[in-house]
Design a protein around this ligand. Structure first.
Ligand SMILES: CC(C)(COP(=O)(O)OP(=O)(O)OC[C@H]1O[C@@H](n2cnc3c(N)ncnc32)[C@H](O)[C@@H]1OP(=O)(O)O)[C@@H](O)C(=O)NCCC(=O)NCCS
Length: 434
């Protein structure tokens, strides 16, 4: 990387560094992540997060390792309704597999050779009996034996260790007051830990890039959107992630990130760049983003009329809106009132598109409504094969600059748009490569 692009890049990350410092993240690594060729890089990136002042709880899984260990012991893994039945011999394999996976993580966290990114990191990995568990018991006649569920989390002790600067490493085994050990789902454990310690974020790292719909990566989902995708999709691995994300969000975790271990640096990209790398599931916004329909024309007119009068937006007649309604996307309150709108127009015979008529109800400004609309329009544009977005604005130049748009000149607009340029409005022109 050239020196100036390195300096630029470093400066661009600073708002994120400020934002994340002092916050608590629960990071869940599945067993496949630990065996992946990128594993040591993933751990180095986690160490870097800690050096930047983020308080980290790491929860690991080990399904793959458990399967291998059970096979080595000459037994067969038993599942019922996709849930492991852990008998006494299987439980021995679970302990061995999770113990060995844990040592592997601790070893990686302890490296510090002078020529490695871990040099000087001095991570203190802390463990303990933070988790109490209870048996799942007998479901539909099947006794799950040592397969358990979380009963309690000693959040105070975890917080104390974080306060002392430790990285808390939790394995998916919990103990009952009777002294028995239970095999837990690491995803459930990570979500419950994030809820118990009031974490800012839960980050699920797996081999999956995030949530895909029609092979396209979805960058962000509100909880209602995640729930409706859960109902539609029959991809069980994806659904498990969505389910975990929804349960964490519904109990107070504001943001759940689904990040890939297979893509080098995906964790850092997700946390320190505007566009991220995986899928972000956000707590219920109590409003919904959806495509506009003909019944929305009246609401859009009401929303944009004052802005048209102030000449902030170009005047649109009811007839024009009716014709172009399918280009509009809306943010709507559950009770039906319109909170924001924006339109996306593909520009014919090009790979370009234009964003227009972006407006937020003045009573709801500053709540991220326009940001979410823009995110959605950008995702829609990518799906439509649009490579570059333009926007013309008189009042919101800085808003678009902060969203990664750069100012451009009239001659850079597609020809047909140039001929329609209104010199009297004298709008500034911005573009963004998608
Ligand atoms: C621009 C607009 C859509 C932003 O709506 P919003 O829902 O409040 O936006 P968000 O909540 O996602 O972003 C809020 C942030 O952007 C900033 N912001 C809002 N309008 C801005 C503007 N015109 N210029 C610069 N920054 C702006 C806010 O100060 C806030 O920043 P902060 O969190 O650091 O305080 C809204 O101000 C609006 O309706 N403007 C009039 C219409 C317009 O100019 N549309 C653009 C032409 S298509």
């Amino acid at each position: 990387m050239k020196l100036d692009s390195y300096v630029d890049f470093f400066r661009q990350t600073s708002p994120y560094i400020h934002k994340h410092r002092g916050k608590t993240f629960v990071i869940a690594l599945d067993g496949d992540t630990v065996t992946h060729a990128n594993f040591h890089r993933t751990i180095h990136d986690i160490a870097l997060l800690q050096s930047l002042g983020i308080r980290i709880v790491l929860v690991h899984g080990g399904r793959l390792q458990i399967d291998q260990r059970i096979a080595q012991s000459g037994e067969q893994s038993q599942f019922h309704n996709k849930l492991r039945v852990t008998n006494t011999t299987a439980m021995q394999s679970v302990k061995e597999a999770l113990g060995s996976t844990r040592w592997q993580i601790e070893a990686e966290l302890s490296t510090g050779l002078p020529n490695s990114p871990m040099h000087g990191a001095k991570i203190k990995a802390i463990g303990g009996n933070f988790i109490t568990a209870k048996p799942i018991g007998i479901l539909n006649g099947v006794d799950y034996q040592h397969t358990g569920e979380v009963r309690g989390i000693d959040d105070e002790s975890i917080q104390q260790q974080l306060q002392l600067g430790g990285l808390v490493l939790i394995s998916p085994i919990g103990f009952s007051p009777t002294g028995e050990a239970f095999n837990l789902s690491y995803q459930e454990l990570a979500a419950k830990t994030a809820i118990a310690i009031n974490a800012e974020k839960l980050i699920l790292v797996t081999e999956m890039a995030g949530i895909l719909e029609d092979k396209n990566l979805i960058r962000s989902l509100s909880m209602p959107e995640a729930k409706s995708l859960l109902k539609k999709s029959n991809n069980s691995a994806q659904n498990k992630l969505l389910d975990t994300a929804c349960s964490a969000c519904s109990e107070g975790v504001k943001r759940v990130h689904l990040v890939s271990c297979a893509e080098d640096g995906a964790l850092l990209t997700e946390l320190f760049t505007r566009n991220g790398s995986g899928t972000l599931v956000m707590q219920d916004h109590s409003d919904v983003i959806r495509a506009a329909g003909i019944d929305d024309v009246g609401g859009i007119l009401d929303l944009i009329a004052p802005l048209e009068e102030q000449q902030i937006l170009v005047k649109r007649s009811r007839e024009l809106l009716e014709t172009e309604i399918s280009q509009f996307t809306l943010v709507v309150h559950p009770e039906g009132n319109l909170l924001g709108c924006a339109a996306l127009y593909p520009i014919a015979d090009s790979n370009d598109g234009e964003i227009a008529c972006m407006a937020t109800d003045p009573e709801f400004l500053g709540q991220g409504i326009a940001s979410r609309l823009l995110e959605r329009l950008e995702a829609d544009a990518v799906k439509m094969g649009i490579k570059k977005l333009f926007v013309l604005t008189t009042q919101a130049a800085h808003w678009f600059l902060e969203k990664g748009f750069v100012e451009t000149e009239l001659k850079d607009l597609p020809q047909q748009k140039q001929s329609l340029y209104n010199y009297q409005r004298n709008s500034r022109i911005f573009s963004k490569i998608l």
